[in-house]
Every structure is written in C-alpha cells, then in structure tokens.
Design a protein around this ligand. Structure first.
Ligand code: GLC
Length: 424
C-alpha cells in the first residue's frame, strides 16, 4: 500500500511539474503545487461534539482546502498510540495533529512534526504558560489551541444543608467525603483513576499539591523520592482504603467520572472545565445544585497539572500552507470564543477570560485563569510516554492497595531513573 501511495505522490509531482498546476489527489479535489489543498485533522475524542460544526465553517469558505476530521478514542493514551502508529507507518495520513500538550517534545524530537513560523500566530495574546508547552529546543513545534486546569466540582446543595463550605485542604475534603457523603447516599470523591494519562495527571496533581515534584524540567533529574510524593499518593490510596473514594472510580476516565457526578452519585469530583456544560445541562440530575472551586491541596490550595492540546503540522503534511492557515483560523479570536461557547473547552486567548459577557455566562472563568496561570506543566521529556506509563502504574498499584505509597514512590524513582538513563 505504501509504495502505491509513494508512487502516487511521484506522479502528482510529475503532473505538477509538467502542467505547472493542478492534479487530483485521492479526495478528488484539486490539489495545487503551492502547499495548498485538502487536509485531515486528527484529534482525541471530541467530548463536546463541537469540532465538526466548527470545521464546517472553514470548509464553507475554503472549498479547495477542505479539512476532514478524524476522531480518535477518548482516552489520551489510545489516541497517542494511534497517532504514533500512523506517524511511524504511513506518515502522511494525518496532516494536522491536535496533540496533548504533554506530547510536543516527543513528537518534535522524533521529527514527526515541523517547526512553525512564530510570526504567523497570535502567540503574544495567549496565556503565557501555554506557549511553553508548544516549544521544544527553542523552536515552536505546535500552536496552543485549548488549555486546561483541573477543578473541584462539589454538591453545593448538600454542603449548604450541612452548613459547610467547599473544601480548601485535603483534610477538609477527606472529612466531608468521609462523614457527609454517606449520610446522603453518595460516594465521596472521584477523579480519573483508570491507568491512563488521566491517572498520571491526578497522581501528579496529588504530588504537586503536597509540595512535591516528579522530574526536573527536562526530564533528566528524578525528584520524586520525597515525603511530599508519599503524602500525595497516600491521600489517593487512603481514599480507596477508607472508602471515601469509591472503588468504581479506579475505572473512570473523564466521561465516566462526569456521569457519576452528573447522575447524583458523588459529593466531589475532580475534572476539567468541559464537564461544567454537561453537569449544568438539561439531562443532569444536579444542574443548579453544584459549584466549582480550585483544587484543594495538602495544607492549602492545590496545584493543577496544565492540560490542553496544541495543533501541530505533520512533517509530511500534504499541504502545509493550508494547514498553517487552518491553525491560524482555529486560534483566531472569533473561533477561540466558539471553543468556549460551543465546545465548553478553555480557550488559550487571554483576553477572553476578562470578557464581561463571557464571565457572566461562565462564572468559573476568572478562577480558571488563575488555575491555568498557576498550573504545573508535565515534564518536557522526549520520553514522556514512558514517564507517564511509569507514573500511572505506580499510582494504580498504590490506589488498588497492591503496594504502600512509600514503596510505590521508591519504585517510581527507580523506573524514572532508568528512563532518564536511556534518554541520556
Ligand atoms: C485532558 C487534558 C490533557 C490531559 C488529558 C488526560 O484532555 O487537556 O492535557 O492529558 O485530559 O486525560
């Protein structure tokens, strides 16, 4: 198959050289020799189903540069696996990749994505930390598109009835989850605890929120062997052991955890802001009965992991100029506004967080901006995939009571050191 494609491309080039202009590509639409033409955009599952209609807007005004959306699974790890398989075997199939912010170094170091021209995108208007997730080796390898920070959703109706405030520390959360939730027939607390990237995020947040860290910035120095990391994993493991984290939560990704809260089964939920739309929607059992606050930490406010995704151009993209234009469109003000109003995803454009109309409609915006600005990025490692697998595995073992938090942290330190050695 590959050689047929390659031969096809050769013919295309020949046709272009001879005629100076158009050939037909596989989609049957005219492809020109100036880097312009149709393209595909691959993304992880679109949890709020807004990307199709959004891209239809582009397609209406760009009939020769239409974009086809390829939706991969909801789980970040499965999407990562499929993208990497494609990039390794048939590099041209996805022209634009909506990649998790954590993957930029890996994709850039592997040569799968092209450096981009900084002047072509409105980087100065973005929230500053998001630009850092798109750069590697001092070059811009992707353009921030959506940002993310974890929030704590809580049942306001129940805490009000009990004369309680939403928790700001783990001690408060733990007490309320342990004593109040069962009185109301609810599970206490859940996040994304299935072993996949979501668990890496939740475990990292627990470690950071206790004042610890996992790796030094570029992934070469292992810093996880600390009392803070033991406290962080200890918090999650104790929740399962003592029953205020329901065991079922060990199978949750974003959507399962959202539904559990939305169906009135949980007192507290850690999730991304996208969940706000569903939880306040028509089919929610708890619409009008919940609130959202920053994540609590060991002794005070917690620290979220910086989430979100960046748009990157495949190094073998068929039409890189159209791809860059599409990325500029997706990061323009009107489209970034729709990312929030239609996609319920946090935009990367800073000004939108101060827009009075939007703040009225999305009251969590100012708190979210603060959380994003204070969020901790994941380590910038070209081996991030392996780092994440190690974190997930030990966090899962600690939560499933297979290993004590102290032993889990020691094991993680050893595994991360082995990954760093391979990288060096
Ligand atoms: C969200 C975040 C992403 C994170 C993932 C984990 O999609 O935006 O950064 O890796 O959740 O499940």
């Amino acid at each position: 198959m590959r050689w047929i494609r390659a031969a096809g491309r050769g013919l295309l080039v020949a046709a272009v050289v001879v005629s100076g202009y158009v050939a037909k590509d596989a989609s049957g639409v005219g492809a020109r020799d100036d880097g312009r033409g149709p393209m595909t955009l691959a993304t992880a599952g679109d949890l709020t189903d807004y990307l199709g209609p959004l891209l239809a807007g582009w397609n209406r005004t760009h009939p020769d540069e239409k974009v086809t959306l390829v939706e991969l699974p909801d789980s970040a790890d499965e999407t990562h696996a499929q993208m990497v398989t494609e990039l390794r075997s048939d590099r041209g199939r996805f022209d634009i990749l909506n990649i998790d912010v954590a993957w930029t170094p890996e994709f850039a170091a592997a040569g799968w994505i092209s450096p981009l021209d900084r002047d072509r995108f409105p980087l100065r208007g973005f929230l500053p930390p998001v630009v850092g997730t798109a750069t590697y080796d001092d070059k811009l390898y992707a353009v921030p598109y959506v940002t993310n920070a974890g929030m704590l959703f809580y049942r306001k109706d129940i805490l009000d009835r009990e004369g309680e405030q939403p928790p700001r520390t783990w001690r408060e959360l733990e007490r309320q989850a342990r004593t109040i939730a069962p009185k109301h027939g609810l599970g206490g607390y859940a996040g994304q605890f299935l072993p996949y990237e979501g668990l890496t995020v939740n475990a990292a947040e627990a470690v950071y929120s206790a004042g610890g860290s996992i790796l030094g910035d570029e992934g070469e120095r292992v810093t996880v062997d600390s009392a803070a990391a033991r406290d962080g994993l200890g918090f999650l493991a104790r929740g399962v052991r003592d029953g205020w984290i329901p065991r079922e939560a060990l199978t949750y990704k974003e959507e399962e955890s959202r539904k559990a809260f939305q169906n009135g089964r949980l007192l507290f939920l850690r999730n991304w802001p996208y969940a706000y739309a569903g939880i306040s929607g028509k089919t929610s059992e708890v619409a009008g009965k919940f609130g959202a606050v920053p994540l609590p930490g060991a002794d005070g406010p917690g620290t979220s992991v910086l989430g979100g995704s960046n748009l990157a151009v495949n190094a073998d993209a068929r039409h890189p100029d159209s791809a860059a234009d599409l990325i500029a469109y997706l990061t323009s003000e009107p489209v970034q506004r729709k990312v929030l109003t239609e996609g319920a995803q946090p935009p990367v454009l800073a000004a939108l967080y101060r827009d009075p109309d939007l703040v009225r409609e999305y009251p969590y915006l100012p708190a979210l901006r603060t959380s994003v600005l204070a969020a901790a990025p994941r380590p910038k490692s070209p081996r991030y995939d392996q780092v994440s697998l190690a974190v997930q595995a030990v966090a899962h073992d600690a939560m499933a009571q297979h290993q004590s938090p102290a032993a889990a942290v020691r094991r993680l330190a050893r595994e991360l050191a082995a990954i760093a050695r391979r990288q060096g």
